[in-house]
Design a protein around this ligand. Structure first.
Ligand SMILES: Cc1cc2nc3c(=O)[nH]c(=O)nc-3n(C[C@H](O)[C@H](O)[C@H](O)COP(=O)(O)OP(=O)(O)OC[C@H]3O[C@@H](n4cnc5c(N)ncnc54)[C@H](O)[C@@H]3O)c2cc1C
Length: 419
């Protein structure tokens, strides 16, 4: 057993650090209004339904362009997409490392952009897309042709197999009707990956089909954005009213759309966990650093056990969660990742919860300044709080682990050390 990260991964981390210092930090310094206490105001187009301002989006695009030119943006993507086919372990290590550096243009929270991109739908398009659909791949990477993801509805989220949106055959076309909620970034998207029932009954996993709907299609209507804890907001309510599409709009197979959704969230869950673990490590390190320097009642705060112990608990949890994430990512590189989705779920819900607790504790340790926007902890808290709901909520992830542990839902045994 060797628990060291492989040398090629540590070399990549060093290369990324040098790139950030040389090419991203100068850009960030010239645009500090997007990162200091003014960040929400600078980023949010308040009079345009709370959407991200075009200037903020343009800055992200410039960061991504530089990262792409330097060969980093596509690192985790297949070679056929211009990537380096970085392993799950490498990508997890990178996400943890970048988040542990704190907030900045190198790895922003609002739309989860990063110098090493996370494009969970690209491998799905690459594996199953028609030549026409594959045109989205380059567009998603460069931002010119974004594809949003529309599974959640007003009436159904965790229970996606009960979705109400339908697609009905009409000659050689399909007609889609329904509503979608929390349709992130659809406002800047060229297409929307819409999940609709084409056969079967509510609750059936089969019979749901994934359609790539051009956002300009008649009947695809963006109604409004949901304004959230974290701003700007670009999570829309979308109406699909008699949207007509040819067969060629189906991604993968008719009735098998949930497989597409599963692959999408699976890619995201381990990476999200790694980002949360890194952000937690940052919060804990900064809180400990501050506690050593802040004098209260004539002594450094760090001498008080009431300050020490909560941070020690978090530090211990962080060490265990971080190592478990790397172990799980390593295992994902050695077998079908879907076979160990209980382990991936454990990583996800524990890391997201840890990050929220670490950000909360960092605010508490920093006192009033911790609560101010001059420091990053409130922003980290607001963003990572979302993760406890969105990529399959905490409860849904625990439900997945329970399926393996108690042997239902077709699972025979846990895939971890109890196997
Ligand atoms: C900022 C943001 C961005 C998002 N982006 C997208 C996107 O781009 N595309 C998209 O399709 N969706 C998106 N979502 C939606 C997200 O995936 C859903 O919010 C999530 O799946 C939960 O669904 P829900 O909100 O309908 O809650 P519900 O499913 O109604 O759940 C409510 C509560 O009940 C719990 N619960 C549900 N079932 C069970 C159970 N069996 N046992 C125990 N507890 C249970 C849940 O965990 C939750 O705590 C986004 C959400 C947010 C907040």
């Amino acid at each position: 057993m060797d628990f060291h990260l492989p040398a090629e991964i540590t070399a990549k981390l060093a290369e990324l650090d040098a790139f950030i210092d040389a090419e991203i930090k100068p850009l960030e310094r010239d645009n500090m209004q997007y990162f200091d206490h003014r960040r929400e105001h600078a980023r949010t187009d308040w009079d345009n339904d709370g959407r991200p301002r075009d200037s903020w989006r343009a800055l992200i695009t410039e960061m991504e362009r530089r990262a792409d030119r330097a060969g980093h943006l596509r690192y985790g993507l297949p070679v056929s997409c211009g990537g380096s086919a970085g392993s799950n372990l490498a990508v997890a290590a990178i996400r943890e490392h970048l988040a542990a550096k704190g907030l900045g243009l190198h790895n922003d929270l609002q739309d989860e952009s990063s110098i090493v991109g996370n494009f969970p739908i690209v491998p799905v398009l690459e594996a199953y897309g028609t030549p026409e659909q594959k045109k989205y791949i380059e567009g998603i990477i460069t931002g010119d042709m974004h594809l949003a993801f529309a599974l959640t509805e007003p009436g159904h989220g965790s229970d996606a197999t009960w979705l109400d949106t339908t697609a009905r055959r009409d000659g050689d076309h399909w007609v889609i009707n329904g509503m979608k909620r929390w349709n992130s970034q659809v406002g800047r998207a060229h297409g929307n990956l819409v999940f609709a029932r084409t056969s079967g009954k509510p609750g059936d996993a089969n019979g749901i089909t994934a359609f790539i709907v051009p956002t300009a299609a008649p009947g695809h209507n963006i109604l409004y954005n949901h304004w959230t804890f974290n701003m700007p907001s670009d999570h829309a309510e979308v109406e699909l009213k008699d949207v007509r599409l040819p067969d060629g709009a189906i991604l993968y197979k008719e009735g098998q759309g949930l497989m597409v959704a599963q692959r999408f969230v699976h890619e995201n869950r381990i990476r999200q966990a790694a980002a949360s673990a890194g952000a937690a490590r940052y919060c804990i390190t900064e809180a400990a650093k501050y506690a050593r320097s802040r004098i209260a009642f004539g002594e450094p705060l760090s001498k008080m056990q009431a300050i020490q112990f909560p941070l020690v608990e978090l530090y211990a949890e962080c060490e265990m969660v971080r190592n478990f994430i790397f172990k799980t990512a390593w295992q994902m590189d050695r077998q079908d990742a879907l076979e160990i989705s209980d382990m991936v779920s454990i990583c996800n819900f524990r890391a997201n919860r840890l990050c929220c607790e670490a950000a909360d504790r960092a605010m508490q340790t920093h006192g009033g300044m911790g609560y101010s926007r001059a420091l990053p902890f409130e922003h980290i808290y607001r963003h990572h709080r979302r993760y406890r709901i969105t990529e399959g909520s905490e409860e849904v992830q625990m439900r997945r682990v329970a399926q393996y542990l108690f042997g239902f839902g077709g699972k025979k045994a846990p895939s971890g050390t109890h196997a």
